[in-house]
Design a protein around this ligand. Sequence first.
Ligand SMILES: Cc1cc2nc3c(=O)[nH]c(=O)nc-3n(C[C@H](O)[C@H](O)[C@H](O)COP(=O)(O)OP(=O)(O)OC[C@H]3O[C@@H](n4cnc5c(N)ncnc54)[C@H](O)[C@@H]3O)c2cc1C
Length: 290
Amino acid sequence: MIRDFEYFAPTTLNEALTLLDKYRDDCKVIAGGQSLLILMRQGLVTPRYLIDIKGIKELNYLQFDAEEGLKIGALTTHRAIERSPLMRDGYRVLAEMERKLASVQTRNWGTIGGNLCHGDPAGDPAPVLIILKGTLKLSSLRGTRTLPVEDFTLDYFETALEPGELLTEIRVPPPTPRTGAAYTKFNIIENDMGMVGVGVSITLSPGDVCQDVRIALGGSAPTPLRAREAEEVLRGKEVTEELLKKAGEAAAEEAEPISDIQASAEYRREVIRVLVPRVGREALRRAQQR
Ligand SMILES: Cc1cc2nc3c(=O)[nH]c(=O)nc-3n(C[C@H](O)[C@H](O)[C@H](O)COP(=O)(O)OP(=O)(O)OC[C@H]3O[C@@H](n4cnc5c(N)ncnc54)[C@H](O)[C@@H]3O)c2cc1C
């Protein structure tokens, strides 16, 4: 049973921020409701005021320019990202991730902003945005600030959003030459939350040395995790099968998975150990082609 609440449906960002500021102690924002309504039905979240931002058109857009890269309004649905013609070259991994996220029905209504703000460590978008060096614009009546995606989730279902703040935009820098990115998740039910998700991006120097690398894990720690020790295994070297295997071992070691109904922590580590070289191999192949 959902507890009664007072409902607001602002149509502008300023209106939403004003409401959020006024009711900050006992309100909740709702976008697509795909995650929030489950928590409300279970009685885990019982806001007195519900601020429905889905009708704010100015937060629903996908734009690209060569200087600033990709800008995604927080209310853009998963489906819009999946189908956007902008998701090519360096951004193709975003559409590939979206295609495996939930069902078409959920993707049609759920938003990328809602997914990130839910703070589920197993969510698919965060690891992909981390390997793409994504940043988040957070807005409130006090102004705006920008955070790297990797710093946004603080703990299980806890984010860096402060009272009165909304996530308004996700930015991804322009694709860099000779960079390849890939993502996959391991799950029991197709298109459901991953047991483990792995994203890898590799940038090659002219001599085919790994100039830059990012490895991000989902479902492997209390937050989406950047596997920095695994990255160091590859950085500055020619990427070989042996090094990819070592990177997988390092990532499995630095992960902090839990045991739950889906899998034991040991099993998750094993999946990470296997997936990092597999996804790394694909990222490398894509980097060599660009
Ligand atoms: C059947 C099913 C399968 C799913 N499978 C997957 C999957 O495979 N992979 C995956 O990653 N996810 C999956 N999900 C989760 C789901 O896709 C996302 O969590 C969803 O996109 C959330 O977006 P929303 O707009 O519905 O957010 P809501 O449910 O409306 O909000 C979620 C949270 O974010 C807050 N919020 C929303 N927007 C903002 C904003 N702009 N600023 C500040 N706070 C905000 C809300 O207050 C709430 O706390 C699944 C969900 C369902 C129901």
